[in-house]
Every structure is written in structure tokens, then in C-alpha cells.
Write a protein that binds this ligand. Sequence first.
Ligand SMILES: Cc1cc2nc3c(=O)[nH]c(=O)nc-3n(C[C@H](O)[C@H](O)[C@H](O)COP(=O)(O)O)c2cc1C
Length: 180
Amino acid sequence: MHGKNILFMMSASVACFKACAAVSALVKKGCQVQTALTPNALQFIGPATLQGLTGRPVYWDMFAPRQCGTEHISLSKWADCTVLCPASADVINKMAAGVADDCVTTLFLAHDFAKPFVLAPAMNSRMFLHPATQKALQTLRGWGVHVLEAESGHLACGDDGPGRLAEPAAVIKKIEELLA
Ligand SMILES: Cc1cc2nc3c(=O)[nH]c(=O)nc-3n(C[C@H](O)[C@H](O)[C@H](O)COP(=O)(O)O)c2cc1C
């Protein structure tokens, strides 16, 4: 894992706090970790936390003035492995429809499937079991996305059922398997 480039993306879920443990573990393993967030994910996690963990600025505004300006393409070329954790129902459905209206969905549309893309869903059970979400996950699997199993249990909304984000250790294990 040492020296590997990991593009770690997050979308708007309470589980962003849990995903920070996976970001931290990747850094400790010697990976270079670049984070990218949907604008809505900023409601759940502060860029200072991710910048502090990775030592790199967070990418979330495609149109902010930057030296390069085409990170939506260059980051997908840079990454040895791309991870979307947590993946919201919204972003899963958008990705399966080919929508590219923020940096996360645009990076996905620019993804080279010769390299691994890992997705860890996190959402309320009804959103997870909704036919739209299940069909979108099936579509993404068919394209070669590695979809981690959502866990069943107590959810942030108070419900019990499937939709809990996989444990950070399971996310790391999958990345290690794919990069071995
Ligand atoms: C407190 C709160 C928690 C939420 N948690 C989740 C969640 O865990 N998973 C999910 O898919 N949506 C969740 N949502 C809804 C999403 O944030 C919403 O669909 C948002 O538009 C998704 O944005 P994004 O996919 O662009 O990141 C939550 C909303 C709120 C207000």
C-alpha cells in the first residue's frame, strides 16, 4: 500500500465521520490520499479535518480558480484506486444515470475501469431498498464498480435495517485486496 495514490471521495451522509477513520488508516499505511467531496458533504464534514488527516487540500469546488483547473480529469488519472465512502443514495443514482454535475460524479464519469473503484453505500434502509437505488447499484456493479455490502443494524435516523456504512477496516481490506 505504501506510495499508492488513493482518491477518497465522500458524499452527504452522517457516516462521513466514520469514513474519516478509513482516510486516517490509509495515510498511516503510507498512501497519498486526496479527498474529494460533493458540496453537500460539507454539511457533514469540515475540510480542515480532511486536510489535517491527509496534508492535502480538499477538492470540492470544480470551478474554484486553481493552477490546473482540470482536476476532474487529472485526479482520476493520478489515482491507483478511487473510493466513494460514504456513497449517498443520491450520488449512487446519479452515477448510474451518467450525471456529472459535481466533482464526485464528474470524477466517476472520467474513471478508467482498468483501475479499481470501490463504493461503500450508507443510507436509511428505505433509501437503500428503494428499487431505484438497487437498480443503480446493479448497474454500477455491472460496470465493474466494487460495491461493499452495507451492514444491517441501528441507523442514525433511529430505524433498524440495512444501509449502515461498512466498517473502515472492511473498506481498507477491500482496497488492499484490489491493489495487491
Ligand atoms: C441529517 C441528514 C442525514 C442524512 N444522511 C444520509 C445518508 O446517510 N445517506 C444518504 O443517502 N442520504 C442522507 N441524507 C440525505 C442527503 O444528504 C441528500 O440526499 C443530499 O442531497 C445528498 O447529496 P450528495 O449526494 O450530493 O452528497 C441525509 C440528510 C440529512 C439532513
